[in-house]
Design a protein around this ligand. Structure first.
Ligand code: FE2
Length: 200
């Protein structure tokens, strides 16, 4: 959080997975993230999947509303920032939810169209009709536990093409952040956590 504050970004995009195996992390995670303004967020697979009879979706959405964290889910909106008009389109998670942007078209008044998708797999699946300029994704943890930097698995069906870092789909940049969390094992090996600073 301190590093993000030090960077002093104009806009902050938050990529999902605030919950993990229950509700324990939901409030503390979102209360911390609520300090980041102006921000826009999407949900991740851990926010909507039922584990041991608990589905955190409602708690996550209610906490975001209470804390004033803007959420986009299968929708699009135009943000004005300085001289820029940025259209931001955010699908639901494509792994554990119904992700859909088929009704979204590029706004001709927008200078940029950015896709904010938790899972990079949605880009080739659900964005072929959208002439986007940039896609921002996460989910893969950069492989989390790698063979000295070479991912063993990334939880992306496009492991080589959209596994981590700066990737491209049809010539357009897709930034797949390693994020700051872990899954299953609280361990990373040659897959350091990261936040991405993008200058337009
Ligand atoms: Fe995820």
């Amino acid at each position: 959080m301190g590093r993000i504050r030090d960077l002093d970004p104009d806009l902050i995009f938050i990529g999902g997975d605030y919950a993990d195996r229950g509700l324990r992390y939901v409030s503390p995670c979102l209360e911390a993230l609520a300090e980041l303004k102006p921000a826009m967020a999407v949900l991740g697979n851990h926010d909507v999947q039922t584990i041991a009879g608990v589905n955190p979706r409602q708690a996550v959405v209610e906490a975001m509303e209470r804390l004033g964290i803007p959420l986009i889910c299968n929708s699009s909106e135009v943000i004005e920032h300085g001289k820029w008009r940025i259209q931001l389109a955010g699908p639901a998670d494509c792994r554990r939810d119904v992700a859909y942007l088929g009704h979204v078209a590029r706004d001709p008044s927008a200078d940029l169209l950015i896709i904010l998708s938790h899972n990079p797999d949605f880009i080739p699946i659900g964005c072929t009709h959208l002439p986007f300029d940039l896609a921002l994704c996460g989910h893969t943890h950069g492989g989390q536990i790698t063979w000295f930097g070479r991912p063993i698995t990334t939880h992306s069906i496009y492991r080589r093409e959209l596994g981590r870092g700066l990737c491209f789909f049809r010539g357009k940049p897709v930034v797949v952040s390693s994020g700051v969390g872990t899954t299953i094992l609280p361990l990373r090996f040659f897959a350091p956590p990261g936040i991405e600073l993008i200058e337009l």
